[in-house]
Design a binder for this molecule. Structure first.
Ligand code: SF4
Ligand code: SF4
Length: 396
């Protein structure tokens, strides 16, 4: 089933095929398909009103009326596919690390929606590793993967509907207050200590932090409140998170700022001269490139945008990276004038009169990674045009 076919490079929703399972919204890093009303919000309110006992979460197709082999105290039936639950939902569904939650994925392989079992299992496994790293008692299990922990035979358990939060007005009010406390747990983002009085460079593309990321950061902040580990020392594999640990090879970075300009969430911040300004031959200006892991959505755009192939991704993030927002400086130094066009660029080691990346291309010297894909080459051409890289030698 493909309800999101591509047309001219863009996904188009086929309303005749879409069954509103929510799987696309759960994995979309930019919330491009974020529905205004998510049934998962009601499910979480239902779970929030239940005691912190092990529970089984089942989709509408799961046959749980005769019981379950999962070692749980009760069953909660969700109104749609469990693939609609994203990482933030699963963490919250464990009572923020206080209960073990089983997902009933036994029948996913036969489901007419398609093969979403692996997606459900991958999110559950990643969320479970996060709970484990925070040192919390709650775990995430699935009936298809964790067969060794199942009971020998099904046992009947009460089945609750996930659409019926059993909250009194007072409990609901308390829940809202807890939600506010979770938001307050996250310190306001510290300002980037800019080298330049003008602040971040102009010409950024529009930025926004997706709502799903806000929910995930709030869920992580709730876990941090009861964590039993050293947040600076405990690490998570980047592959378990929808975030990246961006690194920059300092000897390759020419300080062009393209990575920060195209970063869609402002996880990268660049302070430096306006790229349209040309420097005098002996003039130098400082620059600084900094990164915040909690805002990064692992889109890979910075690596594609970097003409020097200076951007790489690390394999681990510390818990502190995720729950205590702070800037780390990836590259800094002084930019001088390109000897051909006067654009600000970082000199390379032993390069007394530097050439900017655009003029290096214009002189026929290869840019790094010229063996890239067509898309990469196209993007680089567009980026050069966007920057207005001159092929004229002002001194000629
Ligand atoms: S991968 Fe790079 S461009 Fe994408 S959000 Fe992270 S820092 Fe920004
Ligand atoms: S050279 Fe690459 S890493 Fe350095 S500022 Fe430009 S795009 Fe960013």
């Amino acid at each position: 089933m493909d309800a999101l076919p591509q047309s001219q490079g863009l996904p188009v929703l086929d309303g005749d095929i879409c069954v509103a399972c929510g799987a696309c919204a759960a994995v979309c890093p930019t919330d491009a398909v974020y529905p205004p009303q998510r049934p998962e919000q009601i499910l979480l309110r239902t779970l929030d009103g239940l005691p912190a006992v092990p529970l089984l979460l089942a989709c509408p197709r799961a046959s749980v009326d005769r019981g379950t082999q999962a070692p749980v105290a009760g069953i909660v039936r969700h109104v749609r596919c469990l693939a609609g639950l994203d990482m933030a939902d699963l963490l919250a569904a464990t009572g923020h690390g206080q209960r073990t939650l089983w997902l009933d994925d036994t029948a996913c392989g036969q489901c007419p929606i398609g093969a979403l079992g692996p997606a459900i299992q991958a999110t559950a496994r990643a969320a479970d590793r996060i709970l484990h790293t925070f040192g919390l008692p709650g775990r995430l299990r699935t009936t298809a993967l964790d067969t060794g922990q199942l009971l020998d035979s099904p046992e009947r358990r009460p089945v609750l509907l996930g659409t019926q939060p059993r909250l009194s007005r007072r409990e609901l009010f308390r829940g809202l207050i807890r939600g506010d406390e979770a938001s307050r747990d996250r310190d306001p983002a510290p300002d980037l200590p800019m080298l330049l009085p003008g602040g971040p460079v102009a010409l950024r593309l529009p930025k926004q932090l997706p709502e799903s990321r806000r929910r995930l950061l709030e869920a992580l902040a709730r876990l941090a409140r009861s964590a039993a580990v050293d947040m600076g020392a405990a690490t998570l594999a980047a592959q378990d998170l929808p975030m990246a640990r961006v690194k920059v090879q300092g000897d390759r970075c020419s300080g062009c700022g393209l990575c920060a300009r195209f970063c869609p969430t402002e996880a990268l911040a660049f302070a430096g001269p306006d790229p349209t300004v040309r420097l005098r031959p002996t003039e130098t200006v400082p620059f600084q490139l900094a990164f915040r892991a909690d805002l990064c959505i692992d889109c890979g755009i910075c690596q594609v945008a970097c003409p020097e192939e200076a951007v790489e991704y690390g394999e681990e993030l510390s818990l502190r990276d995720l729950v205590e927002p702070g800037w780390s400086v990836l590259a800094a130094g002084a930019l001088g004038a390109c000897r051909r066009c006067g654009a600000a660029t970082a000199p390379r080691p032993g390069d007394g009169a530097p050439l900017c990346y655009a003029c290096r291309g214009g002189e026929g010297e290869p840019l790094h990674g010229t063996g890239g894909t067509d898309m990469l080459d196209d993007l680089r051409s567009q980026l050069m045009e966007y920057l207005g890289g001159s092929q004229e030698d002002p001194g000629a």
